[in-house]
Design a protein around this ligand. Structure first.
Ligand code: FAD
Ligand code: UDP
Length: 364
């Protein structure tokens, strides 16, 4: 096989790079070991005809106009603002914690200023803020931390809040008003025809060839290429020479309920303290699809399996830095994406990183 650029992975990182490089006149071969494009953002219709996300719920949100504009070349959008409830003490309460959460949980009737003053009383100021425990205690204090964050985090990561970098819990803000949206980004949309359709259009270019069911490590000796873009786990690329980088995995339990129109009132319900799963998502809320039945997914975190999340904590960062040094010495390979850069990236951040990386390769 011969190509100008070999791209390993047909997720956001690989597909965005492929399109940019193809438009810059390069012949691009995209391979993926899975039997579909889209990486973890892949969506498909289940046996009953409901559009689902096999790798867990994916909600697009960004503040970057450049990114939404670039993706808009390949999809129209459906406006969607995600809302999440947490099952705590027998109630379903808004998360991120807001005024409603605090008033309902503690039987109070505080206005915004009252909530701010109440939080000021219960919070445990921390300085410096290094861990996720510091973040949560510093903003909402111990009781809310234990009810909403500690159990969820233990399940999700197999670690205590105090063992994770601050950035993990810092993804979830605290609010004194009644805003119950999970994200507050300027642009919050779902691709109108789904993610896979968007990827299909992105990869539909005369300079792009896609080959699925192809593992890079099985073919790397046989592909003649000037440059490689690698979007898989960085430790695997270097044959785990410094040891394995921890990635957290998930087992997804999908279920279709033929006689239930709606299973829950919002897109996702979190279960911080009960069950082995962290959350249940009902896809019709996200996609806007009209269907007699409904499809849901439960997420069971685990250590073994597909790598889905880098695990942000200082010792892992240090190990990653060692691999990153090896990566930087490879002028012939670009490492981009959530697994290759070992960053807890959202989709829009991966698109941004891929646009930059591909731009550099194209200008070389
Ligand atoms: P991936 O999508 O993982 O793509 C990498 C591809 O490389 C895969 O298809 C893989 O098969 C392939 N590959 C790996 N190794 C090899 C090999 N050796 N040979 C060939 N192919 C290989 N982000 C949001 O913005 N909003 C959300 O709501 C959201 N929800 C999420 C929910 C879950 C459960 C998870 C796990 C992630 C979520 N994300 C969300 C993050 C989002 O999935 C990622 O930011 C994005 O998909 C990463 O794209 P990527 O191309 O870097 O990696
Ligand atoms: N988190 C939590 N309780 C919640 C929601 C989130 O403790 O109800 C913590 C947990 O550590 C989680 C992190 O915040 O892993 C980030 O949550 P997010 O919803 O962004 O996770 P993702 O959608 O990426 O899995």
């Amino acid at each position: 096989m011969k190509t100008d650029v070999l791209i390993v992975g047909a997720g956001f990182a690989g597909s965005v790079c492929a399109r940019v490089l193809a438009e810059a006149g390069r012949k691009v071969l995209v391979i993926d070991k899975r039997n579909h494009i889209g990486g973890n953002a892949y969506d498909t219709y289940d046996d009953q005809g409901v559009l689902i996300h096999p790798y867990g719920p994916h909600i697009f949100h960004t503040n970057a106009k450049r990114i939404i504009e670039w993706l808009s070349r390949f999809t129209d959008w459906r406006f969607y603002e995600h809302r999440v409830l947490a099952s705590v003490d027998g109630q379903l309460l808004p998360i991120p914690i807001n005024r409603t959460t605090i008033n309902r949980l503690y039987g109070l009737n505080l206005d915004e200023a009252g909530v701010a003053a109440w939080l000021e009383r219960v919070r445990e100021p921390r300085d410096p803020i290094r861990t996720s425990e510091d973040v949560v205690l510093n903003s909402v204090g111990r009781d809310l931390c234990d009810k909403f964050f500690r159990g969820y985090t233990r399940k999700q990561w197999g670690l205590d809040l105090s063992e994770l970098s601050a950035g993990v819990a810092a993804r979830i803000p605290t609010r004194t008003n009644e805003d119950d949206r999970y994200f507050t980004d300027t642009y919050q949309f779902m691709p109108r025809d789904g993610y896979t359709a968007m990827f299909r259009r992105m990869l539909d270019h005369p300079n792009i060839t896609v080959q699925l069911n192809t593992d890079y490590f099985a073919v790397r000796g046989y592909v003649q290429t000037i440059h490689t873009v690698y979007t898989g786990p960085i430790d695997a690329f270097f044959d785990y020479c410094y040891g394995r980088l921890p990635y957290r995995s998930l087992r997804f339990e999908h279920q279709h309920l033929p006689d239930t129109e709606w299973y829950q009132s919002v897109g996702t319900v979190n279960y911080p303290n009960d069950h082995a799963y962290t959350r249940i998502t009902e896809f019709k809320h996200l996609t806007g699809q009209i269907h007699r039945g409904t499809s849901i997914v439960r997420e069971f975190p685990c250590d073994e399996g597909e790598p889905y999340y880098p695990v942000p904590r200082p010792e892992n960062e240090l190990l990653f830095k060692r691999y990153e040094e090896l990566a930087q010495a490879r002028q012939d390979v670009t490492f981009v994406g959530r697994l290759a850069q070992y960053r807890y990236y959202n989709m829009d951040q991966v698109v941004g990183a891929a646009l930059n990386a591909a731009g550099e390769i194209a200008n070389d």
